[in-house]
Design a protein. Sequence first.
Length: 90
Amino acid sequence: MDALTGPQVRLDAAPLTGCTPSHVENWLVHRMTRPGSLAYSVAGDPVFADLGLVIRSQRAGDAVLTRPLFLLHDWLDLWHALPSEEWNCS
């Protein structure tokens, strides 16, 4: 998924694609119902395990925008197994 070209992904009507990372992270943190459901990846991206959602960042000129990455729960801590294309998007 690309932060600039989409597709646009929404959660509860809020956009997750092409936004400021801190805005999306803050919005999601305030909607977590279970303590400890937020973690951070080895790259520093917020991981919302209950949703299988990682908020990745992508440079867009001088800005940094979000692009959600959805993973099965069992893959949330297997960063070494992700395709190399995933690491080259930032």
